[in-house]
Ligand binder design. Structure first.
Ligand SMILES: O=C(O)CCC(=O)C(=O)O
Ligand SMILES: [Fe+2]
Length: 335
């Protein structure tokens, strides 16, 4: 296929690397071909890499720097912005706050956690202006001056990319360019800054099964994942092996979530992934930063199995569900 190179190919898992400029600014044929490649990647692997995407390199570099500024605050300042409820899904989670993966048996959990909690901290920003669920903004002094405006600017850029990727999926599925527009225009998304602190490689040796983020699938429509150059992200192959999703500069990794998979009657895959010790011989792993932008259908949307993914009513694997209810249900199980 001309519009897609390969980003990852191992153990039967092939993740395409797609030139998004051919969708955004190519000829009508290129647009259609690229949309097909995007859909095909989600159907086949559940993951794609996009290059020449519209989130600018400068904005990304700046947002990573601002994320580091945030996490450099004293712990008590971050705890004051603590994540509260699944309904709000905003604020700071300290290392170990989110449940670790199912790899540990329950007797060992507390011991393991005490020695090495899930090795990450995160900060979640939701749609600004949601009256019941205000964002938890840090005080804007010193290194955090203008922090809120910067994050909201980045949030808006990612929101626009979500709309575009859904357009590609709509075209690929034969539903048309704007089929999903009314489902994703509100931007009920979550910008999650992630920091995996520096860690000694011994920690991974002492605690068998220690990971930086446990195996999971994402919940919503798609996730835009921006990673630095450290490595550690792995995607599960069809036969169950975890395969490195190596960072490629200038790309964004995009993966489909469980709600999109359900919406597509399981024709699109929501693939399990995790973050492990990066492949390195050094005794200390430097910190890793990533930015995940979790996209969702509008929380008021009713999600019914998409036309074209079933022949008869009996082929529908799922009943309708409200998007917001679905997401809250899933978050309740995690924290
Ligand atoms: O940090 C990463 O690269 C992955 C994070 C992730 O998968 C998530 O937060 O859902
Ligand atoms: Fe994820």
């Amino acid at each position: 296929m001309t519009s897609a190179d390969t980003a990852v190919s191992k153990e039967g898992l092939t993740i395409p690397l797609i030139d998004f400029s051919k969708f955004a600014a190519g000829s009508p044929e290129e647009r259609k071909e690229t949309a097909d490649a995007i859909l095909h990647g989600f159907q086949d692997a559940g993951f794609i890499y996009l290059k020449n995407h519209p989130v600018s390199a400068d904005a990304l570099k700046h947002t990573f720097a601002r994320s580091a500024d945030f996490f450099a605050q004293p712990l008590e300042d971050k705890l004051a912005l603590g994540w509260t409820t699944p309904e709000a899904n905003r604020g700071y989670s300290s290392p170990g706050r989110e449940k670790v993966s199912h790899h540990f048996n329950s007797d060992d959990v507390e011991k393991e956690r005490a020695a090495a909690p899930d090795l990450k901290e995160s900060f979640e920003i939701g749609r600004e202006g949601e009256p019941d669920h205000p964002n938890h903004w840090p005080a804007e002094n010193g290194s955090l001056a203008n922090w809120k405006a910067d994050m909201l600017d980045f949030y808006a850029q990612c929101k626009a990319l979500h709309v575009e990727v859904m357009r590609a999926i709509g075209i690929g599925m034969g539903l048309g360019d704007s089929f999903f527009d009314n489902f994703v225009d509100v931007g009920d998304n979550t910008l999650r800054l992630l920091h995996y602190p520096e860690v000694k490689s011994e920690v991974f040796k002492i605690n068998a099964g220690q990971v930086r983020a446990g195996a999971h699938s994402d919940y919503g429509s798609i996730t835009l994942l921006f990673q630095d150059q450290r490595g550690g992200l792995q995607v599960q192959s069809p036969s169950g092996q975890f395969v490195d999703a190596t960072p490629i500069p200038g790309t964004v990794v995009v993966n489909a979530g469980d709600l999109l998979s359900r919406w597509s009657n399981d024709t699109i895959k929501s693939t399990v992934h995790r973050v492990v010790e990066p492949p390195s011989q050094d005794s200390t792993h430097p910190p890793r930063y990533s930015i995940a932008y979790f996209c969702n259908p509008n929380f008021t949307s009713q999600i019914e199995v998409l036309p074209g993914t079933y022949k008869t009513e009996a082929d529908k694997k799922y009943g309708g569900i409200n998007s917001g209810d679905y997401l809250v249900q899933r978050l309740k199980a995690t924290y």
